[in-house]
Design a protein around this ligand. Structure first.
Ligand SMILES: [Zn+2]
Length: 246
């Protein structure tokens, strides 16, 4: 049985002291790791991690970095272009209602979206508060994985029906809204993630990829299915989405 952590940040500085251990623990539990670069430094470190640990990679630019100037955005853009064979997707990119300057966020998002189109890659998006907008902008251009989807159920159904993925994070361990999403959605629409080191299901501890097991277990409980069966479907959904056997 394998688990998939379809979105985390193993390159985050929070793991500088024990990254080897964290990866070791995940591999022991058969967790496939897809790490997501989200800044210039993060993308560079994520590329290193991919080589060192033999994990999967996406590269992007987080909407919270909206204040950065064009030079930095351009560097990330070129880094992605020059490493197209190293990545499964472009992301994490998107928009966040809790950050400022929506126009600039949208401009940066569209820049990376057109790069994904050019490279023929799917995108991994952070779309808090802008789920509808991001979906409408990107839906006819590329396939979209909504990382830590927190929007409404009706839109989630539309997203899933269109061949995209809704990623269920460790938030499901304590969030009624996320449990409800799983209850209402077809399992074929879903993947799983931790967003490590963020969104920890354990109070006071940093999140880590092995905790994706808890997400799969929770989904199995809600769907009244075997954990193994759920893990297998999630693996298939995710492989299909990224167009390769993970
Ligand atoms: Zn993230």
């Amino acid at each position: 049985m394998v688990y998939v952590d379809a979105h985390c940040h193993i390159e985050d500085k929070a793991f500088n002291k024990n990254r080897d251990e964290i990866i070791e623990r995940a591999k022991k539990e058969n967790v496939i790791i897809i790490t997501s670069g989200a800044s210039l430094g993060g993308c560079l470190r994520a590329l290193e991690c991919k080589k060192k640990y033999n994990i999967y990679l996406t590269l992007g630019y987080h909407p919270s970095r909206v204040k950065a100037d064009d030079k930095v955005v351009e560097k990330v853009y070129n880094l992605i272009k020059n490493n197209e064979n190293e990545i499964l997707a472009v992301g994490e990119i998107g928009m966040d209602i809790k950050d400022e300057n929506y126009e600039r966020q949208e401009e940066i998002f569209k820049k990376f979206l057109s790069l994904a189109e050019e490279l023929n890659k799917p995108i991994v998006v952070h779309a808090r508060g802008f789920e509808r907008k991001i979906f409408d902008i990107a839906k006819n251009k590329v396939n979209i994985m909504f990382h830590c989807y927190s929007g409404d159920i009706e839109l989630a159904k539309e997203i899933g029906r269109d061949g995209n993925l809704i990623s269920i994070s460790t938030l499901i361990c304590f969030s009624e809204h996320h449990k409800k999403l799983v209850e209402e959605l077809d399992l074929e629409y879903l993947t799983t993630e931790t967003d490590s080191p963020y969104l920890s299901p354990i109070k006071g501890a940093k999140n880590e990829p092995k905790n994706v097991k808890l997400v799969v277990e929770e989904i199995a409980k809600i769907k009244e299915m075997d954990v193994e069966e759920v893990a297998d479907i999630i693996y298939k959904n995710t492989s299909k989405f990224f167009k390769r056997r993970l």
